[in-house]
Design a protein around this ligand. Structure first.
Ligand code: ZN
Length: 426
C-alpha cells in the first residue's frame, strides 16, 4: 500500500524541492539517450558550463576514424532553445562538407521530421540550435530509414505474391536477412530482361532507402506506366545491403569494418557476404542466358549539392550502350528537375571494386551509382531548398519512370534512342 502523508508534510516536501531547484539553477539539464533506438550513435557527450550539449559520434565498427552519422534522443529540452555541438567535426569522414552541407533533422514522434535551419561550422566544430517539440526529441544527421522499416515493407509486399516475390540471398555477419524483391507483372509471359537495383551499402546514406522504397512502391502501384514497365522488364531489387551497419549506427562500414562499395573486386563471403551474394545471383542470370538490362546502386553524397549518377564511359563501349546511358540520364532530368543530367559524371572503370564498375566490367551493361544530396541542390526550381523525404521518394519513383521512357515504346522493349525529345505540350 502506498504511504499516505499528511497534506502539511507533502507541502513542505514540494516547497523544499522548489527551493533546491532554485539554488541549483532551476530546470534539469538536457541529456542524450540512445537506449532502445535502432541505428543510434551519439558517442560521448557532456553539457558544458555554457549550456551547450557537446557530443562526439563514435567510429564505425572496426573502423577507427570513420564516423559522421548521428542519431539519438534529446531528453528534457521541450520548448527550450537548445544548442548542440560536435566539437571535433573537422576530424569526421567527409569533413570537407561541413562548411556548406550541414544536415540536421529532428522529430517529436519519429514520423514527421523537421530540418534544423540554424546550423554553423566554425573552428572545426559543427553547431546547431533549435527548440525541441518534445521532451524526447529525436535528432539525426538525415531522415533515418531503419532496418525495422525495411522489415515492415517486406511484410507488406509479401501480401501480394502475384507481383512480387521475396527471397533471402544471404545472411549478414550478424545473422540478418539480405532480401531480394523480384517484381514482374502476372500478365507477363516467358523470360523477361532483368534490371537490378541495390541500395544502402553505406549505412548513413538513408536517402538511398527512401528512394528504393518509393521505386518498389511505384512498381507495385496501379500507375499505368508501372504496370506497363513490369510487364516488359523483371526487376530484382535488393533494398538493404548493409543491415548490420545500419543497426549499429555506422556511417560507411559493415559489421566487419568493410566499406562494401570498395569490396566488389573480390568479395569474401566471410566478411562481405551481401556483396558476394548479389554477384552470385547476377552471374546466375548471365549463365542462364538471360538479358541483363541495367544496374542501379542507390546512395547519398556529402560534398555535392546535386542528385546525379556516376556512370561509365569506356572507349570499348558500343554505341547502344552509350546511347542507353545518355538517353536514361536526359529522360530522368526531363521527368524530375531535381535530377541533374549535366551534373552526372562519367568515368572509365579500370578496377571493379565499386559496384557499378564491377557490373560494367563483368557484364558490359549500363551501370549507375545514383547519388543524392543530403542538403539541397544548387539548380532548378528547388535550388537552395533543403531536401525532404518527399523529394527523395519522388526521385525513387521517377527513376522507374525514366527507365520506362528509356526502354519502352508503346509497351514494347526498344533499343534506347540517343535522345527522344519529349513532346512539348502547348
Ligand atoms: Zn555511398
Amino acid at each position: 500500500m502506498p504511504i499516505r502523508r499528511p497534506h502539511s508534510v507533502r507541502l513542505v516536501l514540494v516547497l523544499g524541492a522548489v527551493v533546491l531547484a532554485c539554488l541549483c539553477g532551476a530546470a534539469a539539464a538536457p541529456s542524450i539517450e540512445t537506449d532502445g533506438l535502432e541505428g543510434a550513435n551519439a558517442g560521448a557527450w557532456e553539457v558544458s558550463a555554457d549550456g551547450v550539449l557537446r557530443f562526439s559520434p563514435r567510429s564505425d565498427t572496426h573502423a577507427p576514424g570513420e564516423w559522421r552519422w548521428y542519431h539519438f534522443r534529446l531528453n528534457g529540452a521541450q520548448g527550450v532553445e537548445t544548442t548542440l555541438e560536435i566539437p571535433n567535426a573537422r576530424k569526421s569522414s567527409a569533413s570537407a562538407a561541413w562548411p556548406f552541407n550541414r544536415p540536421v533533422v529532428s522529430s517529436d514522434d519519429g514520423r514527421t521530421w523537421r530540418r534544423v535551419s540554424d546550423t554553423r561550422y566554425a573552428d572545426g566544430a559543427f553547431r546547431f540550435t533549435f527548440v525541441p517539440g518534445s521532451d524526447r526529441e529525436l535528432v539525426a544527421m538525415v531522415y533515418p530509414y531503419e532496418f525495422a522499416r525495411h522489415l515492415r515493407l517486406m511484410e507488406e509486399i509479401a501480401d501480394d505474391p502475384a507481383v512480387a516475390k521475396i527471397d533471402v540471398l544471404a545472411q549478414t555477419i550478424e545473422g540478418r536477412p539480405l532480401h531480394r524483391v523480384v517484381i514482374r507483372s502476372p500478365r507477363a509471359s516467358g523470360e523477361l530482361p532483368v534490371l537490378w537495383v541495390i541500395a544502402r551499402q553505406h549505412p548513413g546514406e538513408s536517402p538511398g532507402s527512401w528512394k528504393a522504397e518509393a521505386l518498389v512502391r511505384w512498381l507495385l502501384s496501379d500507375d499505368p506506366g508501372a504496370r506497363e514497365l513490369i510487364a516488359a522488364v523483371e526487376f530484382h531489387v535488393v533494398p538493404f545491403m548493409n543491415p548490420d551497419g545500419v543497426v549499429a549506427g555506422n556511417y560507411r562500414r559493415n559489421a566487419t569494418g568493410r566499406n562494401l562499395n570498395r569490396e566488389w573486386e573480390n568479395p569474401d563471403p566471410a566478411t562481405e557476404p551481401t556483396v558476394h551474394a548479389v554477384q552470385r545471383a547476377m552471374r546466375e542470370h548471365r549463365d542462364a542466358g538471360r538479358t541483363l538490362l541495367a544496374f542501379f546502386d542507390l546512395h547519398a553524397f556529402s560534398t555535392l549539392r546535386k542528385n546525379f549518377c556516376y556512370y561509365n564511359e569506356d572507349p570499348d563501349l558500343d554505341l547502344d550502350h552509350f546511347e542507353a546511358c545518355e538517353s536514361f540520364l536526359r529522360n530522368f532530368e526531363s521527368i524530375n528537375p531535381d535530377f541533374s543530367y549535366s551534373g552526372s559524371d562519367a568515368s572509365s572503370p579500370e578496377v571493379g571494386n565499386i559496384a557499378k564498375n564491377w557490373v560494367h566490367l563483368e557484364f558490359r551493361i549500363p551501370a549507375y551509382t545514383f547519388e543524392s544530396s543530403y542538403q539541397d541542390v544548387a539548380y532548378g526550381p528547388n535550388a537552395g531548398e533543403p531536401m525532404t523525404i518527399e523529394r527523395y521518394q519522388a526521385l525513387g519513383r521517377d527513376l522507374g519512370r525514366a527507365i520506362r521512357r528509356t526502354y519502352l515504346r508503346d509497351g514494347q522493349l526498344v533499343r534506347p534512342a540517343l535522345w527522344d525529345e519529349p513532346a512539348v505540350s502547348q
